[in-house]
Design a protein. Structure first.
Length: 279
């Protein structure tokens, strides 16, 4: 009886390993807007390299990582915290606790919350390389190229200003595929972001601020002309995100709109020349 159970368990383990290996894609780039409720968490993978932009409000980000990362890979090469609001950093303490993180990119903007202080201690005491973003900074992770669009090196990070004014904006390039990740960028900094001359036409836009009226602008749309726009928002959230005005702006120019509040996690895959939506 013992041996039968042991063999059955062994067969199950082998099957799970085989299944994980079958799902593993070592060539294409995957951009996953994780379904973390009302928040942002975007996982970018290519081969054995991973980048995580924000961690959502809580531990739900771990479900996304467990689904889209092979179980044997417990390392994330780069974590980006766009700005210190809990719907973006809340789940990062769980990530730091369960995964090895090589580098952590963040501004000097802070929060007085206890959760944020815990995260800061984990980063500072974990032997993790901390990267300070500045306009034009290039970061290579495997075959992925990331360029910091905003903020500039001399930005005035003041406690009495909206943290969204310091939100990290970065551009991803993989072959001919370009994606722009905007955090909670608001109208106050749109002109500065466009003025860097670093964005241009893109294929993929992470819609700023969960589709809020205080996020995407017509000016930004005209500067980027995306083909697909991804909105990360919680189902029936109390803010009414995404707002109809924003959806209308995107719909007017024929952008394919994908929403986590409607379909769950959104996965876009590219081979560097073409891209497609997995779900």
């Amino acid at each position: 009886m013992f041996w039968k159970k042991f063999i059955s368990l062994l067969v199950l383990i082998v099957f799970l390993i085989w299944l994980s290996a079958l799902k593993y894609d070592g060539s294409n780039l995957h951009v996953v807007a994780c379904d973390v409720g009302q928040g942002d968490a975007i996982l970018i993978t290519q081969g054995a390299s991973q980048v995580l932009i924000d961690g959502g409000p809580d531990s739900r980000v771990l479900e996304c990582l467990g689904e889209y990362l092979p179980f044997w890979d417990r390392k994330i090469e780069l974590v980006v915290m766009t700005h210190p609001q809990k719907d973006h950093y809340g789940g990062l303490t769980e990530v730091m606790d369960r995964y090895q993180v090589d580098s952590f990119l963040k501004t000097d903007a802070t929060s007085s919350s206890q959760d944020f202080e815990v995260l800061e201690r984990m980063v500072g005491g974990g032997g993790i390389k901390v990267i300070q973003p500045k306009t034009g900074l290039d970061i290579r992770v495997g075959l992925m190229y990331l360029e910091i669009v905003y903020p500039p090196e001399n930005v005035n990070i003041a406690e009495d200003r909206d943290p969204n004014d310091f939100s990290v904006v970065l551009k991803l390039k993989y072959g001919e595929f370009d994606a722009l990740f905007t955090g909670d960028m608001g109208p106050n900094i749109v002109s500065e972001v466009i003025g860097t001359g670093l964005i241009g036409d893109i294929e993929y836009l992470k819609v700023p601020h969960h589709g809020s009226k205080n996020g995407l602008t017509q000016e930004m749309l005209e500067a980027t002309t995306p083909e697909v726009a991804v909105v990360s928002a919680g189902r029936n959230n109390r803010y009414g995100h995404p707002h109809q005005e924003v959806l209308g702006m995107l719909d007017d120019i024929g952008v394919n709109i994908l929403r986590t509040d409607l379909v769950g996690s959104v996965e876009v895959v590219t081979n560097g020349s073409t891209f497609w939506v997995e779900n």
